[in-house]
Design a protein around this ligand. Structure first.
Ligand code: HSE
Length: 395
C-alpha cells in the first residue's frame, strides 16, 4: 500500500483527491500497488465524504512513517517550503503543483530529494495537464535545445480569447476564469505575467541547466494590450498572445515574458481559451509543440497523479537537478535582435525610410508595421521623436 498525504484542498487538492479515488483500480494496474489517500491537511473542514482523512497539523503527516508521498497543493512559499523540506528530510517523495515554490527553491529541493533517495516532481507546475516537463526531460536527450516558448497561463489566454473573439470585458472574462478555478488567489500574478514568468523559469532551469530566478527576468503582462493592435494583426492572420520565451543568444540565454504579436498559424497562434502550448526548437528533432489544458482542477490533478505513479514506480530519484544561477548567463533582452510590431502616429513612407525592410500592415493617420530584426535599444533610439502607440515583440 502506498499512502499519500495531500497538503491543501483547493482547486488542485480537491481534484487530486477525486482522481485518486476514481482511478484507484487503474492506478493499481499501472503501478502494481494500492495507491490510497491517507491524509488531507486542511485549515478548515469541507463537506466531502472523506472528512475522516482531514488533519490540521503537518507533524501528523511528517511523523507517519507509512506516508510515502506528500502532494503539496497549497501554493505560495510559506508554509509550503517548510512542509516540503520536512517531508523530503523524512524520506518521503514530494509531488507539487506549486510553480512559485519550484521557480524559487526547486534546485535546492531537487538536491535534497536526491540526497534522501526520493523524488521531487512538479509536472503540474507548468502547463497544467500538458506533460511538457516529462517531454523535455525524457524525450530530447539526443538534441540541443535552442529555444522554448509557450502560452503558459490559462487565465490570461482565456481572458484574451474572450475579449478578442467575444468582445467580453476584461473584468467579466477574469471573473469567469476565477469561477472556473483557473486564476491565482491574487489574479495579478496571472494578468501581470508573474505566473508565466515562474513557469518559463522552471522550463529554462530544466532545459538549459542553470537556475533562472523570476526576479531576473523582464516581465510584462497583458494590461498594455490594445484592441487596435489585436484587430490589425487579426486582419493579417495573426494574434496577440502572452508568451514566456527562453532562447539561446550565443553563450547566453534570453528569457522574457511579454504579450507577443504571433504572426504564423502554428500551434501557439492556434492556442485559445484555457489551453496552454509549449514549442521547443531543437537541432535534431526540429521544432515540436505540446498542447492541452493549462489550468483547472482535473487537468492539473491529471499531472499530479501521473507524478504520484512515477514516484511509486521510479525506485529512487528519477531525475537530475540543475546548476545554480551563473553570473552573466542571462542576456539583456534589449540587446538581442528580433522583429517588433510597431504602431506609430506617423506616415508609412517616413517609417519605411527609417526602418529598412519593414512590412507595413496598416497605414493611415497611424502606421502599423513589422520591423526587420533589430535590438530593443536601437529600436528605442530610432523611435525617439515619434508618437509611439504600441510596441510588441514578434514571435
Ligand atoms: N493561474 C494559473 C493559470 C493556474 O491560469 O494558468 C495554473 O498554473
Amino acid at each position: 500500500m502506498i499512502n499519500i498525504a495531500l497538503l491543501g484542498h483547493g482547486v488542485v487538492g480537491s481534484g487530486t483527491a477525486a482522481v485518486l479515488n476514481e482511478k484507484a483500480s487503474q492506478l493499481k494496474r499501472v503501478t502494481g500497488q494500492d495507491v490510497a489517500l491517507k491524509y488531507v491537511l486542511v485549515r478548515h473542514d469541507y463537506d466531502v465524504d472523506y472528512k475522516e482523512k482531514f488533519v490540521y497539523d503537518f507533524s501528523v503527516i511528517e511523523n507517519d512513517e507509512d506516508v510515502r508521498i506528500v502532494v503539496e497543493a497549497m501554493g505560495g512559499i510559506n508554509p509550503a517550503l517548510d512542509y516540503v523540506t520536512r517531508a523530503l528530510n523524512k524520506g518521503k517523495s514530494v509531488v507539487t503543483s506549486n510553480k512559485e515554490l519550484v521557480a524559487q527553491h526547486g534546485r535546492r529541493l531537487m538536491e535534497l530529494a536526491k540526497e534522501k533517495g526520493v523524488n521531487f516532481m512538479f509536472e503540474a507546475a507548468v502547463g497544467g495537464a500538458v506533460p511538457v516537463i516529462h517531454a523535455v526531460r525524457n524525450c530530447l536527450k539526443a538534441n540541443s535545445v535552442y529555444a522554448v516558448a509557450g502560452i503558459l497561463n490559462g487565465t490570461t489566454n482565456y481572458i484574451l480569447t474572450k475579449m478578442i473573439d467575444e468582445g467580453m470585458s476584461f473584468d467579466r472574462a477574469l471573473k469567469q476564469a476565477q469561477e472556473l478555478g483557473y486564476a491565482e488567489a491574487d489574479p495579478s500574478a496571472d494578468v501581470d505575467g508573474i505566473d508565466t514568468c515562474r513557469k518559463i523559469c522552471i522550463l529554462s532551469d530544466i532545459i538549459f541547466k542553470n537556475h533562472v530566478y523570476p526576479e531576473d527576468v523582464a516581465v510584462e503582462g497583458i494590461r498594455s494590450v490594445h484592441i487596435e493592435d489585436v484587430n490589425i494583426l487579426k486582419k493579417h492572420g495573426g494574434c496577440v498572445k502572452l508568451l514566456g520565451v527562453a532562447r539561446k543568444a550565443g553563450e547566453k540565454l534570453m528569457v522574457t515574458v511579454a504579450p507577443f504579436a504571433v504572426l504564423d498559424k502554428g500551434v501557439i497562434g492556434a492556442t485559445d481559451d484555457v489551453f496552454n502550448s509549449v514549442q521547443v526548437e531543437t537541432d535534431n528533432a526540429g521544432t515540436m509543440a505540446f498542447y492541452g489544458r493549462g489550468a483547472g482542477s482535473l487537468p492539473t490533478a491529471s499531472a499530479v497523479v501521473n507524478d504520484i505513479c512515477e514516484c511509486v514506480t521510479a525506485g529512487g530519484p528519477a531525475y537530475e537537478g540543475w546548476n545554480g544561477p551563473k553570473e552573466g548567463f542571462l542576456a539583456d533582452v534589449r540587446q538581442v535582435p528580433m522583429r517588433y510590431y510597431l504602431r506609430v502616429e506617423a506616415d508609412a513612407d517616413k517609417l519605411r525610410a527609417d526602418f529598412e525592410g519593414a512590412q507595413v500592415l496598416h497605414s493611415g493617420s497611424e502606421t502599423a508595421m513589422i520591423t526587420a530584426d533589430i535590438c530593443g535599444r536601437e529600436l528605442e533610439e530610432k523611435l525617439s521623436g515619434y508618437s509611439v502607440k504600441a510596441v510588441l515583440k514578434v514571435f
